[in-house]
Design a protein. Structure first.
Length: 61
């Protein structure tokens, strides 16, 4: 009978010692982000024949 009364008490005392601990720490090395990005683009311009002839004229520039 004494064991039946002491067992729940022992369980409660045992579980009271299991308190979760959360720790937040900064990293010792800096964070590096390596980005290798290659950007290619093309621009297509449609122009009238008169504008094309004007742009091909060397005296303009």
């Amino acid at each position: 009978m004494i064991i039946n009364r002491m067992l729940p008490l022992a369980c409660v005392i045992g579980l009271a010692g299991c308190v979760p601990r959360i720790e937040i720490a900064a990293p010792k090395e800096p964070i590096t982000i390596n980005m290798n990005v290659k950007i290619e683009h093309e621009i297509h311009i449609k122009a009238d024949k008169d504008v094309e002839a004007l742009l091909k004229n060397q005296d303009l520039f």
